[in-house]
Design a protein around this ligand. Structure first.
Ligand code: PLP
Length: 471
């Protein structure tokens, strides 16, 4: 039998127009519109043509593909018109999970975003004078309430940029362009996603002056490095690692004293930036923004979506004259944030001002007791029929994450899942394939789920997903 030519195989493919009028696709056309269906059809046909051109399809395979075209186009259409960015259930127990979007926003924050951005707003408009206003006033006043104390007078100013990496860049460029910044070698950190202090320093046109050693740096090391080109002392929070053993790091008070004595500003890149006392949830040794300002740090940089529990943002709080220099830097214009961020941030800060900490999801999660988590885990386990799937409740730890110290953990109870016929990785894959996806940890051959980071109203979805795991 003579092989059919490629030209003949191409001819057997229907046209887009024919497909749009096909009975089988009539419903898709009326639901999603001609244009979307035509786009999907073009993609599917182009793929087939490529396969024919590569000689990958025989005559009978082309016939099969043509008979299945409607199904392929519908699948393509479903893919095209569904969002790629979607909500997932975070059962990992990592409260601030960078890959899962860090802090979930409160309902109040979302309502304020909706109100301030579905219509026009006074973002940069002074309603009193009818003249142009500044966008930072909306949150600066709340930061003043939260961060100005008698101990940290004069009043603290705050500006907002896109993220903390941008905040550090702006601060270094504003305060130390072409000049030297002294940093301990033990603090030349890389934060996930290619934020490296030496690189940001280079981009800001400031000159890095390293002092001390990886494990030990003394205040005298800073002092000796000071020269006429020194414009800033920088302390960086060791967000994702710890140095233990034979170590030494100057106390913040010593750096403050040196900064005052030599009239060189001290900046601290805190990263996590808690606005509340973490000790209330049992986490020790994690300094908050207010602690640093009270200690006498001149400028603090921190993220909006870490321990603060708000939207992605970089915050610069500190001495008004230094913050004013950053505000007048043209980089500030390039790094500024949108009205939706201001709205989400304002509502989040308002919860702090009103001391409604439970309105901030990450604070609520941190505060959940082990007992409360255990009773929810028991209820979930009881609702899943005993079969090949085994559910146990075991001790474990939830991780605060998001730039708090790696040792910042809180005790929890975990649901441990094993299945006779599936490996732990396969089981975790099943949970990810659920709609919505469920993200769990895999440890020592078990799938572990921590309900601390699962919203209580999602427990029912977990139960449903466990019942549907194929056996
Ligand atoms: C997280 C972190 C950053 C980066 O902050 P982003 O908001 O992710 O840009 C910088 N410095 C420290 C110390 C951090 O913990």
């Amino acid at each position: 039998m003579k092989a059919v030519s490629k030209a003949e195989l191409y001819r057997r493919l229907p046209s887009v127009d024919e497909l749009l009028h096909a009975e089988e696709l009539a419903e898709s056309v009326s639901r999603e519109g001609q244009a979307s269906v035509a786009d999907a059809a073009r993609l599917v046909l182009a793929r087939l043509r490529e396969e024919i051109s590569a000689g990958a399809l025989q005559e009978n395979q082309v016939a099969l593909a043509v008979s299945g075209l409607a199904g392929a186009i519908e699948a393509q259409l479903r893919h095209d018109v569904s969002f790629s960015l979607k909500a997932v259930i975070n059962a990992s127990g990592v409260i601030l999970h960078t890959n899962l979007g860090r802090a979930p926003l409160s309902g109040l924050a979302l309502e304020h975003v909706q109100a301030a951005s579905a219509a026009y707003s006074n973002l940069e408009y002074d309603l009193g004078t009818g003249e142009r206003g500044k966008r930072d006033v909306h949150v600066d006043r709340l930061f003043k309430k939260l961060l100005s104390s008698s101990e940290s007078s004069p009043q603290v100013s705050t500006i907002v940029v896109n993220n903390n990496a941008a905040a550090v860049l702006l601060a270094l460029n504003s305060l130390a362009e072409g000049a030297e910044v002294i940093v301990s070698r033990g603090e030349l950190v890389e934060i996930g996603g290619s934020f490296r202090i030496p690189d940001v320093m280079a981009k800001s046109n400031a000159i890095l002056r390293e002092v001390g050693t990886t494990n030990r740096t003394r205040v005298s090391d800073y002092e000796r490095a000071i020269n006429e080109k020194t414009k800033l002392l920088l302390r960086v929070h060791r967000s994702n690692f710890e140095i233990t053993g034979f170590t030494e790091q100057p106390a913040l008070a010593e750096l403050v004293a040196l900064s005052r004595k030599r009239s060189i500003p001290l900046m601290e890149d805190l990263g996590s930036g808690a606005l509340f006392d973490l000790q209330t949830v049992g986490v020790r040794g994690e300094a908050g923004v207010l602690d640093s300002l009270r200690a006498g740090v001149d400028v603090v940089t921190y993220s909006g979506d870490k321990l603060l529990g708000g939207p992605q943002a970089g915050l610069l709080s500190g001495r008004a004259d230094l913050i004013a220099r950053m505000r007048s830097n043209s980089l500030f214009r390039a790094l500024r944030v949108d009205k939706m961020i201001y709205a989400a941030l304002e509502a989040t800060l308002m919860a702090y001002v009103k001391r409604n900490y439970d309105h901030v999801p990450v604070l609520r999660m941190m505060g959940l007791s082990k007992q409360a988590i255990e009773s929810r885990a028991e209820a979930v386990a009881a609702a899943v029929p005993k079969s090949k799937l085994r559910l146990e409740i075991v001790d474990g730890e939830s991780v605060i994450g998001g730039g708090s110290a790696p040792s910042a953990v809180v005790p929890t109870r975990l649901l441990a899942l094993t299945c006779q016929d599936l490996s732990a990785d396969e089981l975790a894959g099943c949970l990810r394939a659920n709609n919505p996806s469920i993200i769990a940890r895999v440890e020592q051959g078990r799938v572990l789920l921590d309900l601390r980071t699962v919203f209580p109203e999602q427990d029912a979805t977990l139960i449903e997903a466990f019942r549907n795991i194929p056996e």
